[in-house]
Ligand binder design. Structure first.
Ligand code: NDP
Ligand code: A1CAB
Length: 277
C-alpha cells in the first residue's frame, strides 16, 4: 500500500482522505499538510490521520497529491520543488494547471499525473479523469487509478480535455446541488414542510441517478417516460424551455471551462495557449 500525502487538505483534499479511509486505506499510510494549525488539528481528530510539515510529507510519501488552489501553487512549489525526486509520484488535482508546470519545477524525470476528481469522493462515488504527464508510465497511471478507483470511477483522457472535464464533472456536483436547492424551494413555495420537500427531492434525484446509471436508455427517453400527454410534467418542461434553462446550463459549463483555461494560462510555457476564450 502506497503512502499518500495530501498537500493542502481543504475541501477536495479532505474528501480524498475521508474516501480513502472509508475504502480501507490504512490511516498510518496517509499524511496531510495544512496551512493553519487549527484546521490540521480538526482533521487529525476527525480522521486519525497525521499532519506533517511539507518536508516530512515529501520524504515519507510515495504519492504526493497536490490539492491547493491554483492561485496558491507558486509558494507550495517553492517549498517542495527542491525536495521532490523522480522516485515520487506527483498527482495534481489543481484545476487548469498543466502537468508541464510541475515537470518544469521538479527534478528531471519526475512523474506527474493530472487528475480532475469531484467531491462525491466523500461517499465513494467520485468521477475522476486522469491524464499522464511526460514521465508518467503505465504503472504510475495504474497506481493513481487504483487510488481513485477505491473512491469512485476513473477514466483516462488526454490532458487537452482536462479543462472540459473540470467544467463538466469537476464542477458538476455544484450544478446538481443547485438544482436540488431550487426544487426544494419550489416545494416550500407550494406549502410543503422543508424536511418533506428535502426528502422528496433527494430521493427523486437518487432514483433518477440510479436509472441513468443502469443505462436503460437515453436521458431523453427517460424524461419522455415521465411526461404524460396532457399531463403535469409537460407544463413544467415548457417553463424550463421558456426560461432557457438548457442554454443557461450550457453557458454555465462553457464559462467554467473558460475559467479553467484562464487559471492555467499564466503557468503555461506558452501563455498564448490560454487566449482561446
Ligand atoms: N472542491 C472541489 O470540488 C474540487 C477541487 N479541485 C481542485 O482542488 C484544489 C483545492 O480545491 P478546494 O479543496 O476546493 O480548495 P480549498 O481552499 O478548500 O483547499 C485548499 C487547501 O490547501 C490549503 N493550502 C494552501 N496553500 C497551502 C500550502 N502551501 N501548504 C499546505 N496547505 C495549503 C488551504 O489553506 P487556506 O484555507 O489557508 O487557503 C486549503 O485548506 C484546487 O486546485 C481545485 O481546483 C479539483 C476537483 C474538485
Ligand atoms: O471550483 C473549482 O475551481 C474547483 C475545480 C472543480 C471543482 N471545484
Amino acid at each position: 500500500m502506497s503512502t499518500i500525502a495530501v498537500l493542502g487538505a481543504g475541501k477536495i483534499g479532505e474528501s480524498l482522505l475521508s474516501g480513502l479511509i472509508n475504502a480501507g486505506h490504512a490511516t498510518e499510510k496517509l499524511l496531510f499538510t495544512e496551512r493553519y494549525q487549527q484546521r490540521a488539528e480538526e482533521l487529525t481528530e476527525r480522521y486519525g490521520v497525521r499532519n506533517a510539515d511539507v518536508a516530512e510529507a515529501v520524504e515519507q510519501a510515495d504519492v504526493l497529491v497536490v490539492s491547493v488552489k491554483p492561485q496558491d501553487i507558486d509558494p507550495l512549489l517553492e517549498l517542495i520543488s527542491p525536495l521532490v525526486t523522480p522516485e515520487k509520484l506527483v498527482v495534481t488535482l489543481c484545476a487548469g494547471l498543466p502537468t508541464e508546470l510541475f515537470e518544469r519545477r521538479f527534478a528531471a524525470g519526475t512523474p506527474v499525473v493530472r487528475v480532475m476528481p469531484n467531491t462525491p469522493m466523500l461517499v465513494g462515488e467520485a468521477m475522476s479523469a486522469v491524464s499522464a504527464g511526460t514521465h508518467a508510465t503505465e504503472a504510475h497511471l495504474e497506481t493513481v487509478e487504483e487510488m481513485l478507483g477505491s473512491v469512485g470511477r476513473v477514466v483516462r483522457i488526454p490532458e487537452n480535455q482536462q479543462d472540459a472535464v473540470t467544467a463538466l464533472s469537476g464542477s458538476g456536483p455544484a450544478y446538481f446541488f443547485y438544482l436540488v436547492e431550487a426544487m426544494i424551494d419550489a416545494g416550500i413555495l407550494l406549502g410543503l414542510p422543508r424536511a418533506v420537500a428535502g426528502e422528496l427531492v433527494v430521493q427523486s434525484a437518487v432514483g433518477s441517478a440510479a436509472m441513468l446509471r443502469e443505462g436503460e436508455g437515453h436521458p431523453v427517453i427517460m424524461r419522455e417516460g415521465v411526461t404524460s400527454p396532457g399531463g403535469t410534467t409537460i407544463s413544467g418542461v415548457r417553463e424550463l424551455e421558456k426560461h432557457g434553462v438548457r442554454a443557461a446550463l450550457i453557458d454555465a459549463i462553457e464559462a467554467a471551462h473558460s475559467r479553467s483555461v484562464e487559471l492555467g494560462a499564466k503557468h503555461r510555457a506558452d501563455p498564448s495557449e490560454g487566449d482561446e476564450d
